[in-house]
Design a protein around this ligand. Structure first.
Ligand code: AMP
Ligand code: TRP
Length: 333
């Protein structure tokens, strides 16, 4: 049976190595398997759950499309579209928000992290964000969702929403509960400034992450400045547990060379970080530099990017509007 793949990325700028290794690289592999039907969405409705500059948002939407294509997603094979342009997403998010329970949303750790101490001041959208994400996924009868580890809880909520809707309205199997596709070994890339914090678009210091638009010199400089400890590289995996920065860099190297942690450790055990960092720089530059050059080239051709979205929006709208009609009937509208 064909796998139906769906995933989304927020157009909030600064797409980085964490987005790439945690999500986008997997999108590319899934896109290359002809057994799969893939849909990749630029989720601008999710982006506005925190305040955005409208001009910047618009340019970030194009940059996200350019990043997808530059990374190797083929718009002829996969559908790339823009969430706000397919109105089914907002509409079904509302219907599903009447199915999802407050208690379920209250458990979401990402909301707690993003809202910070003053929850009263967070937007309602930020709170109900996972319900919109469930609508995204369920509208396309998605079977598999490739995401980074931080989205696991949101996918569990999506499965719960699907099941409750099917039960409440007695429509067995109407919504398909999707499976997450999360990398097993190294699914969370950490900040270059603090090995206990996730690499993130919003961290103030640009040195904390490798952006997919960074040039060769920026990449080399950031890896040189990345925080490490003073010990040489270990010979056993267990020793990495207390050395988060070392673990992160070894993980990135392993991920990009398609090797296990153990193989990388065997290669570098006892060597010092400056030697390891030179090797790591080569590997990151090799992978990211061609993407960064391609993004810049694609951003010069706005018409091409607009056409990708126009075609994608049409395709997505065709599928989603059929599902909405069925939902209307089930609900009694
Ligand atoms: P976002 O930028 O929040 O829209 O995330 C897009 C995708 O990248 C999602 O699948 C995230 O789980 C993934 N992602 C974001 N940050 C990281 C990270 N530091 N490590 C691994 N995956 C990440
Ligand atoms: N919430 C996801 C993130 O922040 C983005 C997203 C929105 C998504 N809708 C989705 C991911 C549907 C997978 C499927 O990373």
């Amino acid at each position: 049976m064909k796998k139906k793949i769906f995933s989304g990325v927020q157009p909030t700028g600064n797409l980085h190595l964490g987005n790439y290794l945690g999500a986008i690289k997997n999108f590319v592999d899934l896109n290359n398997d002809t057994q799969n039907e893939c849909i990749f969405c630029v989720v601008d409705l999710h982006a506005i759950t925190v305040s955005q500059n409208p001009k910047q948002l618009k340019s970030n939407i194009y940059e996200t499309v350019a990043t997808f294509v530059a990374s190797g997603i083929d718009p002829q094979k996969s559908t790339i579209f823009n969430q706000s342009q397919v109105s089914a997403h907002s509409e079904v998010a509302w219907i599903l928000s009447c199915v999802a329970r407050m208690g379920w949303l209250n458990r979401m750790t990402q909301f707690k992290e993003k809202a910070g101490k003053d929850k009263e001041k967070a937007s309602i959208g930020l709170y109900s964000y996972p319900v919109l994400m469930a609508a995204d996924i369920l509208l396309y009868d998605t079977t598999h969702v490739p995401v980074g580890e931080d989205q696991k809880q949101h996918l569990e909520l999506c499965r719960d929403v699907a099941q409750k809707f099917n039960n409440d309205f007695e429509v067995k199997d109407f919504f398909k509960a999707p499976e997450p596709l999360i990398k097993k070994e190294f699914s969370r890339i950490m900040s270059f400034k603090d090995g206990l914090k996730k690499m993130s678009k919003s961290e103030v210091s640009d040195l904390s992450r490798i952006n997919l638009t960074d040039d060769k010199d920026q990449i080399i400089n950031k890896i040189k400045k990345a925080k490490t400890d003073t010990l040489p590289l270990p010979s056993k995996i267990e020793e990495l547990e207390k050395r988060p920065e070392a673990k992160n860099l070894i993980g990135i190297y392993s991920s990009l060379t398609n090797n296990t942690f153990q193989k990388t450790i065997d290669e570098f055990a006892g060597k010092n970080f400056s030697e390891f960092k030179n090797n790591l720089s080569d590997v990151v530059v090799n992978e990211i530099n061609p993407i960064s050059l391609k993004i810049k080239e694609l951003l010069e051709d706005k018409d091409f990017l607009k056409k990708i979205l126009k075609d994608g929006n049409e395709k997505a709208n065709e599928i989603a509007s059929k599902k909405v009609k069925e939902i209307h009937k089930i609900v009694g509208f």
